[in-house]
Design a protein around this ligand. Structure first.
Ligand code: PA5
Length: 470
């Protein structure tokens, strides 16, 4: 059995009536959705074979993995810090892995900072040296699939000017500090990479942002940061062997999607909470939130009809949110399904010292491992939800490492496509995001977007002063 085998297990007991009572499903409910799940899995398989879903092949692309490792070695030899400039799918996967893997596994990697927002307070702190970044030793990986995202281009322009003005970089050397990851042929960043002679990597055609973490988008910065990207891809490949199984009852991506769909349609669970019991996996929950929200939240079905569908992803953190959100999950509206992510062997395990033997309310903790206590808390929350008839599932990782995170990436990506098929929408587009981009172009004065700017002005003009207080 390979090292990745059974490193991630999905437990869906918590959807069924034998665990949560009458609110749960029975075999008959699942039978009802199985034909649609089977059709969705077969359709994905056909599309994949025709080349229409290239993200499936990313973890098998040994040439791309080698190219990322080679460029990462070059960058490590020249610089000590890599700043990723990118947003959404160009940033969230990298953050998820960097924070998810054990810190010790990054030894030998360079410092990688993902600057995915354009808040001037944090971006200026990053560039002015107060965050410990020395521009003469810093490379910038400008990542944008389209090459035209305003946030990323704005960051690039600011970084470029700072590099040009830096006494030990300057006009002669600044371009060496820029590495571009973008579409192989089109878009403004690709044109710039050619014109300026930047080092660059392609994002394969047909791979959208939120499905791109295992392309050069994620693999270059992760390799630079010391992540074993081969192990990350091996985890995804192992998940692929499970998630392409034709029988949906044996396919974790299909089964989970089917049950989440039933929870949405039959029980009104419009909210999917992903709750890792691991600080390092909170960023993975953020990556998942983008994937689930942007892929499934759609106004129109494939046939053009208005459906306004989706399931709102919420990220929560165990045990922290037991003292914040869980009261709502256990007793509030029955509109949520909670998926726990549980780690069996925690990194940096600590044993709680035995002390105060005469005080039972304290001494019972002595000798327990902190990670075991965290996992007990997960089971406690799972049971509290079960006893109040709320659906749950549990993803258990034997360890939180590159392979298990790669596994989760692939599992969640396929699960999202299957859910998209059940909802009858296109999970690969994002017209709502594009609409916001156009309005921003208009407000920023870009030629050709005057009508978008006018729509914003009209919105502001409609506002009534008596409804603005303070
Ligand atoms: O998933 C997506 O397509 C988006 O979230 C994009 O990743 C995001 O909008 C950034 O786009 P780009 O990579 O083109 O700059």
């Amino acid at each position: 059995m390979s090292s990745t085998a059974r490193s991630v297990r999905l437990d869906v007991n918590g959807f069924f009536s034998h665990m949560i009572g009458s609110y749960g499903f029975d075999g008959h409910d699942l039978d009802g959705v199985v034909p649609r799940l089977s059709a969705a899995v077969a359709d994905l398989d056909a599309k994949r074979r025709s080349g229409a879903l290239p993200f499936y092949d990313l973890p098998y692309d040994s040439a791309a993995i080698a190219a990322c490792n080679a460029l990462a070695s070059e960058l490590r030899a020249e610089f000590d810090t890599l700043v990723v400039l990118g947003i959404g799918g160009s940033a969230l996967g990298t953050k998820a892995v960097l924070e998810g893997v054990p810190a010790a596994s990054l030894a030998g990697g360079m410092r990688v900072i993902v600057a995915d927002n354009i808040d001037p307070a944090s971006f200026s702190r990053l560039l002015d040296g107060t965050a410990g970044v020395d521009l003469s030793r810093t490379a910038f990986n400008v990542i944008s699939k389209s090459g035209g995202t305003a946030e990323t281009l704005a960051q690039f322009l600011i970084a470029r000017e700072k590099l040009m003005a830096h006494p030990s970089v300057g006009a002669a050397r600044w371009a060496r500090h820029i590495v571009v990851t973008t579409d192989p042929v089109s878009g403004p960043l690709r044109a710039l990479a050619k014109a300026e002679g930047f080092r660059s990597l392609p994002v394969p055609a047909g791979v959208g942002g939120r499905f791109s973490v295992l392309s050069s988008v994620g693999l270059l910065p992760l390799a630079a940061g010391g992540v074993d990207i081969e192990a990350l891809c091996a985890g995804a490949r192992h998940a692929d062997t499970l998630c392409c199984v034709a029988d949906p009852r044996e396919n974790p991506a299909a089964l989970h999607a089917g049950l989440l769909f039933l929870a949405l349609r039959e029980r009104g669970c419009g909210i999917h909470v992903l709750m890792p019991y691991s600080d390092g996996l909170l960023r993975l929950a953020e990556w998942y939130a983008q994937l689930w929200a942007e892929s499934l939240g759609k106004a129109h079905a494939l046939d053009g009809s208005l459906v306004e569908t989706g399931q709102t992803p919420v990220r929560a953190l165990g045990a922290t949110d037991q003292h914040s959100q869980v009261q709502l999950y256990v007793e509030g509206p029955r509109d949520k399904v909670v998926t726990f992510v549980r780690v069996e062997a925690h990194d940096g395990e600590l044993t709680i010292p035995a002390a105060y033997g005469d005080k039972e309310e304290i001494s019972y903790l002595g000798g327990l491992r902190l990670g075991d206590l965290l996992n007990m808390e997960q089971r406690a929350t799972e049971l509290a939800l079960a006893e109040s008839g709320r659906p749950t599932s549990v993803l258990t990782l034997s360890r939180c490492d590159a392979a298990s995170i790669g596994h989760l990436f692939h599992l969640f990506e396929v699960q999202t496509l299957v859910m998209g098929a059940l909802l009858g929408i296109d999970p690969l587009d994002q017209p709502g995001v594009e609409a916001g981009k156009l309005l921003t172009y208009g407000m920023a004065g870009r030629n050709g977007y005057a009508a978008d700017a006018e729509r914003v002005r009209a919105m502001l003009a409609r506002k009534r002063d008596d409804l603005v207080l303070g």
